[in-house]
Design a protein around this ligand. Sequence first.
Ligand code: NAD
Length: 392
Amino acid sequence: MKEIVILGAGYAGLRAARELRGLPGARITLVNRHAFHYESTELHTVAAGTREPEVISFDIRQSMGPTVEFKQDSVTRIDPEQKKVFLQAGPVPLSYDYLVVALGFESEDFGIDGAREHAMPLVDIDSALAVRQHFEARLAGFKTTRDENDLRLIVCGAGFTSIELLGEFAYRMPSLIELHDLPKDKVQLIALESAPKLLPMFDAHLVDYAVGYLAARGVQIHTSTTIKKVVPGGVMSEDRTFDANTIIWTTGVRGSHVIADSGFVAKRNRVNVEPTLALKDHPEVFFIGDDSAVLDPAGGRPWPTTAQLAIAEATHAAANIKAHIAGKPIADFKFVSKGTVCSLGPSSGIAQLSGRGSMKFEGHGVAFLKKLVENGSLLEEAGFAKMLDNFS
Ligand code: NAD
């Protein structure tokens, strides 16, 4: 019996388990910190309060069925020499013949002073709910405090997560303003971005559309503004301090700390894998999703991490494990992106799809496209009813 252990039940781990379950002569063990999977590309909706956590999450055991052994526990360390995985609660380490590491991402603060202490990350359901509760409490409290910083929200960085979050907040603000009877002209949604231009992966006219859409809804984006320090109630650039009582940190992500704790050679906790997605010295150990750096031969740099890439890598790693067990040759990973979509609240967005030529979309309907392009996974993993929930 081959022991196949999969660490993490995000997009990548769940897909790998799905591809491998039922494999004759193999036992599949899936380990995850929570008993539920959540759609990490939709966390901004929970943070802004446009969706409840239940809508973007589902039970892992139920979706995997009986052919996958699910263990709810936190991975603390991997020992590739002993072929063992150590768990926080599990008293006995797991042994494996094949290992798939898909432990996902953590917030990257680049060591900026005060970021960890005074800004809120957006990395999982708990942190998304914390953002929502914190901001809503500040807005509700304004009638007592009269502190205008309670009406200000700063998002640090203006990458994908930030823009999608601001789009969602811009949509929600009118109802919050009405609910708490707030002075509309004093409410501010602000983003601080070090780069001179936003979202470089999109054509300029799509970026202009996104910026115009957000600006029309009161969002201020300060480009060429590098964050140097975060203090309680303020974010400092080289020459200015921006005040707000809600500060959210979205300047990028890195892979799981388990990678550093296990001593793997990695950059920002992303391990350089072979084109097969396995380690050079350990062909039985695969790193996928946000924990791996896979070279895009055309660009000469690792592919940027997305749900789409994670799912493709998981499918490939599972196929290579099956081939290896069967004594067949394993293959190199090839990736063709379907394109990129960025939502601007529930009813707008921008999209640049690949295919025959490049297709570009903006406005209404793009939020719907995002679900189709980024993760058809909800339909496959959790069923039709859950997918319909997600469209609501
Ligand atoms: P990101 O890398 O997309 O954006 C981070 C932004 O922060 C960048 O624009 C960067 O220039 C800026 N930044 C970094 N340090 C800064 C500083 N000191 N001061 C000011 N600005 C600074 O990261 P993210 O938004 O956290 O997203 C994480 C990953 O998830 C990315 O790889 C992203 O592509 C992916 N993602 C994709 C989607 C989608 O495809 N719809 C949605 C969300 C996230």
